[in-house]
Design a protein around this ligand. Sequence first.
Ligand code: NAP
Length: 483
Amino acid sequence: MVSRVIPVETFDLVIFGGTGDLARRKILPGLFRRFRAGQMPPGSRIIGAARSEMDDDGYRQMIREAIAEFGGDEKTDSDGIESFVAQLRYVAIDATGEGGWAQLAELMRGDVVRAFYFSVAPSLFGALAERLHAHGIADSESRIVVEKPFGRDLASAKALNATLAEHFDEQQIYRIDHYLGKETVQNLMAVRFGNVLFEPLWNSHYIDHIQITVAETVGVTGRGAYYDKSGAMRDMVQNHLMQLLCLIAMEPPSTYDADTVRDEKLKVIRALQAVEPHHIVRGQYDASAQGLSYREDAENPRSFTESFLAMKCHIANWRWATVPFYLRTGKRLKARSSEIAVVFKDLGHTIFEGDTARHRNILSIRLQPNEGMDLQVTIKEPGPGGMRLVDVPLDMSFAEALGPDQEAPDAYERLIMDVIRGNQTLFMRGDEVEAAWAWTDPIIEGWEARNDVPKLYDAGSAGPEDAMMLLHREGRRWRDIKG
Ligand SMILES: NC(=O)c1ccc[n+]([C@@H]2O[C@H](COP(=O)([O-])OP(=O)(O)OC[C@H]3O[C@@H](n4cnc5c(N)ncnc54)[C@H](OP(=O)(O)O)[C@@H]3O)[C@@H](O)[C@H]2O)c1
């Protein structure tokens, strides 16, 4: 399979926070890969902006080092790196001050796409939006990209939306959830809406339940102070898992355009029922040979913040009534693995004598590692021995399908190119974010009111025992967490 690379329009992309961790680890190495793939037109420029004083050459050196540290195979392409860094500029700017803005205004060109990546703390979004306008740097065609976390509850998300809305229309705001940039996520829509096979079965008549798991092996070491104020609910469920749930559960949009898709996702969030407290299991990892306990990592010996969450949700509409959606995410688990599993119902009757096994078709969509999908089907066990049935996966790896010399863009690369193209389909709209918080807030408030204490779990396990029981007591079981 040969993938086509379609260059985007020439652009000026300003990265506020251009010296920060996200810019050096993800954004710039990702842009370099798009540059090498031929997607970034030669006249385009990337302008780093932060408070640190440095000139263009200083910034170029910083990004050379970032590519050497965080890049993949492409980091050995020294000619390519030199051509790429030649397109970088740097302006020293304080988001909350006046210095540097006139210089940035002078640098920006009027005849190219202008995009501004707010890779800084959300508390600076308002100051940046205001100054971009005050200095005439942004116009009605400009785009801004904002990072998670987008609020920590409904009130703060509304306030953030209102702040951005003072200077930018919704069509100009790109709220990044990098999960939406994954190859698999787009494939989820391709599989559902590009095949005749699945959509007729995509409902409570044929689907027993759906599991969404995002498991990590890392703890919160190094970012414990930040994480302890958020926990798995705010850090993972409200955004990443919620977005995956929407794509799995939404009605077919009439067209594949940003607002039509996002309208359908919004309906799913609004149809989510309040979750019963006994349908939620919160956990905290314990000390182990692999490292410190969550509380030690977070440097908060009395922390009640969850590093693990498992929950059963219901969507109150015709398609999904009676189908449970089980969500699970956590840190220090047995493997780094993200998967959506659509578990179909049993046949109900077998014609094969002696076959007592419970055969189920399972469509498993892997986000990491090895993005791809497999469909578990039942076949005759090969060879002699009569009609014995066995369940086997029809497996497809997207990397293999693409071919050995080709690489799919990673999530950040894809999403930044979408910003330049002006395609908002894979970005969260303001009302979606608010609806997700409106569902999340009462759950968190309930924990706080009850002083809910998370259950301890062993590092390297699949989470607390109670999370297993959430499914076991209903005759179901979690999928194994496999790396
Ligand atoms: N790192 C990640 O993996 C990740 C993942 C998802 C979301 N995010 C989000 O992305 C944003 C950036 O994260 P980060 O990890 O890159 O943070 P970081 O490493 O702390 O970098 C912050 C950047 O902002 C600049 N900055 C700080 N105050 C400023 C000001 N007043 N005016 C102009 N620039 C200022 C800093 O440079 P100076 O100090 O030189 O000004 C630096 O470049 C945050 O909102 C974070 O939540 C990060």
